[in-house]
Design a protein around this ligand. Structure first.
Ligand SMILES: *[C@@H]1O[C@H](CO)[C@@H](O)[C@H](O)[C@H]1NC(C)=O
Ligand SMILES: *[C@@H]1O[C@H](CO)[C@@H](O)[C@H](O)[C@H]1NC(C)=O
Ligand SMILES: *[C@@H]1O[C@H](CO)[C@@H](O)[C@H](O)[C@H]1NC(C)=O
Ligand SMILES: *[C@@H]1O[C@H](CO)[C@@H](O)[C@H](O)[C@H]1NC(C)=O
Ligand SMILES: *[C@@H]1O[C@H](CO)[C@@H](O)[C@H](O)[C@H]1NC(C)=O
Length: 857
């Protein structure tokens, strides 16, 4: 395929034939920007250029960045000049495309201190130029702020950018396009405004301009201005005290009078303040001091006398068809969500503000009032103390059950069933003295719920949710559950729901299976015989689903989904019955048949592996133990297929996990398959197409394999160890990484450490142990470096200190002095010994003991 010319920029290019082709100099320059090119092709060529600079996938993006950086400078300058020139084009699409591409280039070049004149030349565009140029320039500044990190731009330039943006929001009466682009740019630039937000005068000024923009006659500007406020609420929470009253005034006007997109943002502001305060209160509890890093200002607590009535009003603005449309989001839903957050922020204080609304409106003849009152009630069930809510809920329960049966409106029934689910979720009280659900009302509750399972799909789906939490509340009762007498009826009713003609609507079928799984998972020994019957029912269903042939692709997808649900259900049953010796024995009679069905599910597909079936097989292997060996000859090809499937990386990750399950089940009987498995795992790791999330489980899997086959892992050491070592070196340092990267790095470290731990333990007591001695020093360096970075999470810390113990335990006096010289054996070990986390402490005590043995020889 030849790529269309880059007409937008006067640049015609033959590049990007396929992704592997280098960004070579095959770019021909035209003499001048070609305004005569058709808009579509200009947009397309801009898009192509943008995609040549950025990609979603991390490693691909890295490649593209390197490619751009290594491009000939003169050529890049020409492209950049064309891009800047295009900002003056009379064609809006060309300008907008150029804006985005400039931002992408800036995202690459500014961190490398290249293109220093960019910001200056953009800023010179914000004065004395035609409005359309100014608009495009502000848009570019906005995109640029989205692309580059604040520390890349020096403070002087930041000031100028902010000044230009805020000026753009103000001084352009009459040109809404400019004001809109400026407001949207401010949204992205807020992260840069730290300095200005610390200065009272400048902050006052910015806040005034934003609040004024919320009153603009233009809807889009008002919406963008509220988006800025939402973002200011979370970035600059601690600076809001002076403005909160004004903000309340503008948000409440918007919520009450404005069009929905604006009103939604105004509600979102309060939701975001709730999020901030919930986080702060979670972190400090009630004992933060005036010098805590971010104090809680209790904005919500102060605002509730006015905020709660405003939110209650929104609940009355339901849409007629909101229950059917799963993607619906409207004012009533946003208001209810915000009310729920407010309840979590202020706790008991919300109850007296909402109760009158509920009491007065829940019996009204207009369905909207009854629904709003019920929704309000359901929304405040998380947050206030059980002491405050229990008396109310005890009275309300009967009312709710009656409404679920008798209310003429399905909207009301839908919300009522949801509210019952929330009651069971938050106030189940199975462990307290006066629980909500008693032997006396349990029968009535179940009867009503099962009856309503036959209601319209959206109501039945909410009823499934209520049953789900009802069952979950009895998760921890040991021997006897109040649900036992109803177990069979509940299961029957859920299975019945899965067979409904309309079970595809409102996710009813999925909800019914999820609830079935929870009911099984939380059941007690009294119902084992019924679960054994359920096994046969589900097997029959799965068998039936395999019979249908010659399906259309739509039907195939449905069949696939159903098989996923059925395999998921079998997985829960296998885990439940496998958990105790008595029930496991009864279950094992079905193992052959079940495995046969799973293999048929695999065989019915081409070249892809069914994820849920794979997961269920992991559970089966865990339950059958070494007997799983007999399934391996047939199953192995699907295992390999799963490991090869890095396009569907979840499938790959799941399969890697199943390899671990099988290692534990088969122990050394897995040996004949190890060459194949290891080859595949090493291939995955070397592929630059592998999604990064699969790497940590693959490393852990090395550990599982060694634990299973012991010193037989010898022949893989020469491949596995260098990979572990280089991954360890990369993951030891995290400076400059964002939260997401740190989280991933910790997962990666944990995988690497689990590999080391498994390998060390697997070789223990073998004469081949000495093969590991040369690796001890880099393992210790890895531990030391992680310790110095001070950003290990608790899981990594526990695994890391365990690896120190494994080193001492397996290699003993061979590494005693090496260990003694390490930082890990001193400061890190001491820190772990005094940890509050008992798992870390336990692991550290064991390591200390192992080290003292190692050095006493
Ligand atoms: C931001 O701060 C700088 C430096 O104090 C100032 O020059 C600039 O005007 C401020 N911008 C705004 C929009 O307040
Ligand atoms: C907010 O609105 C109320 C009532 O409309 C008014 O009395 C009050 O002065 C306003 N507060 C601010 C800070 O604008
Ligand atoms: C009940 O709802 C109506 C709106 O339909 C509202 O005006 C009234 O204030 C509500 N009652 C209470 C006590 O809040
Ligand atoms: C199953 O559904 C049918 C039709 O909706 C209903 O008539 C029957 O009573 C239901 N059975 C159970 C056990 O819920
Ligand atoms: C799998 O692919 C082969 C060849 O492309 C085809 O003949 C066969 O029908 C496919 N099987 C299924 C179950 O799709």
């Amino acid at each position: 395929m030849l790529v269309p010319s880059l007409g937008v920029f006067g640049v015609s290019a033959i590049f990007y034939l396929h992704s592997r082709v280098k960004f070579e100099g095959k770019i021909l320059l035209w003499k001048s920007p070609s305004e005569e090119k058709p808009v579509e092709s200009r947009k397309l060529s801009g898009l192509i250029l943008k995609n040549a600079l950025d990609a979603k996938e991390q490693h691909k993006k890295y490649e593209l960045v390197q490619r751009w950086l290594s491009l000939d400078v003169a050529l890049k300058n020409q492209i950049k000049a064309c891009l800047l020139q295009t900002l003056s084009s009379p064609v809006p699409d060309a300008r907008s495309t150029a804006s985005q591409v400039i931002a992408k280039v800036a995202g690459i070049e500014l961190p490398h201190k290249q293109w220093p004149e960019l910001i200056g030349s953009l800023l010179s565009n914000t004065n004395q130029v035609p409005p359309h140029v100014k608009q495009a320039t502000l848009e570019t500044l906005g995109y640029m702020c989205e692309e580059v990190a604040p520390e890349v731009v020096d403070q002087d330039q930041v000031n100028k950018i902010l000044t230009a943006v805020v000026q753009g929001m103000k001084a352009n009466e009459g040109n809404n396009e400019v004001i809109l682009s400026a407001t949207q740019a401010l949204y992205n630039a807020l992260g840069f405004a730290q300095a200005n937000f610390s200065n009272d005068m400048e902050r006052n000024y910015i806040m005034r301009v934003v609040c004024e923009a919320t009153l603009s006659p233009e809807v889009k500007i008002r919406q963008a201005a509220f988006e800025c406020l939402v973002s200011i609420g979370s970035i600059y929470y601690e600076k809001l005290a002076l403005y909160i009253q004004d903000i309340f005034n503008v948000t409440s006007k918007a919520v009450r009078e404005d069009v929905e997109p604006v009103a939604l943002q105004a509600i979102e502001f309060w939701s975001s303040i709730c999020d901030e305060e919930i986080d702060i209160l979670d972190e400090y509890g009630s004992d933060f001091t005036p010098d805590s890093e971010v104090p809680c200002y209790y904005f919500i607590k102060q605002a509730i006398p006015a905020l709660v009535p405003m939110l209650l009003e929104t609940l009355l603005k339901q849409e007629e068809d909101q229950d059917q449309d799963e993607s619906a989001w409207n004012l009533a839903m946003a208001g209810g969500t915000c009310l729920g957050l407010v309840a979590r922020t202020v706790g008991d204080d919300i109850v007296p503000l909402v109760m009158p609304f509920i009491e007065e409106n829940i019996t009204k003849s207009d369905w909207r009032q009854r629904e709003a009152a019920t929704y309000a009630f359901g929304s405040i069930l998380e947050g206030p103390s059980p002491d405050k809510l229990m008396p109310i809920v005890n009275v309300a329960l009967n009312f709710m059950l009656t409404a679920l049966t008798n209310d003429p409106s399905s909207h009301v029934k839908d919300t009522t069933a949801w509210t019952l689910g929330r009651i069971f979720e938050f106030l189940h009280g199975s462990m307290v003295e006066t629980p909500i659900i008693t032997p006396a009302n349990c029968q009535q509750i179940i009867t009503v719920l099962l009856q309503s399972m036959q209601d319209v799909p959206n109501v039945a789906e909410k009823v499934c949710g209520a049953l789900y939490f009802l069952a979950q509340g009895y998760e921890d009762v040991d021997s006897s559950s109040p649900l036992t007498p109803y177990f069979q009826a509940i299961v029957q009713s859920l299975l019945n729901a899965t067979h409904r003609e309309d079970a595809g609507e409102s996710r009813l079928r999925t909800a019914a299976y999820e609830t079935l799984n929870e009911v099984v998972r939380c059941s007690t020994g009294e119902t084992t015989h019924l679960i054994l019957e359920l096994v046969q029912v589900i097997m029959t269903e799965l068998h039936k689903s395999l019979e249908s042939q010659k399906l259309s692709s739509d039907e195939k997808e449905k069949q696939n989904e159903l098989q996923g649900l059925l395999c998921g259900c079998l997985q829960v049953i296998i885990q439940k019955l496998g958990a105790s010796d008595g029930t496991k024995h009864a279950f094992l009679q079905y193992a052959d048949q079940i495995m046969d069905l799973f293999l048929r599910v695999f065989a019915s597909r081409n070249a892809t592996v069914h994820e849920e079936a794979m997961l269920s097989i992991g559970a089966l292997a865990y339950t059958t133990g070494p007997d799983f060996t007999k399934y391996m000859p047939e199953f192995y090809k699907y295992l390999e297929m799963g490991l090869q499937n890095f396009e569907e990386y979840q499938v790959c990750a799941v399969t890697v996990g199943v390899v671990g399950d099988i290692c534990r089940a088969l122990e050394d009987k897995i040996l004949p398959y190890c060459d194949g498995i290891m080859t595949q795992l090493l291939k995955d790791l070397s592929s630059n197409q592998l999604h990064r999330s699969v790497k940590p489980p693959i490393f852990s899997c090395f550990g599982d394999i060694t634990l299973a086959i012991g010193e037989n892992f010898e022949k893989y050491l020469m491949y596995a160890m260098p990979m572990l070592q280089s991954a360890a070196e990369l993951s030891a340092r995290t400076s400059g990484a964002d939260d997401e990267m740190i989280e991933y790095t910790n997962l990666l470290r944990n995988g690497i450490l689990e590999a080391y731990s498994g390998i060390l333990q697997g070789f223990k007591n073998s004469p081949k142990t000495q093969l590991l001695i040369p690796h001890a020093s880099h393992i210790l360096q890895f531990l030391d470096r992680m310790y110095m970075e001070k950003d290990m999470d608790d899981v990594v810390m526990k695994t890391a200190i365990g690896v120190l113990g494994d080193l001492a335990d397996t290699l003993g006096s061979n590494v005693g002095s090496l260990i003694q010289q390490s930082l890990s054996s001193k400061e890190f070990l001491n820190e772990c010994l005094s940890s509050d986390d008992h798992l870390i402490k336990e692991s550290a005590e064991w390591a200390k003991l192992a080290i003292s043995h190692a050095i006493s020889f």
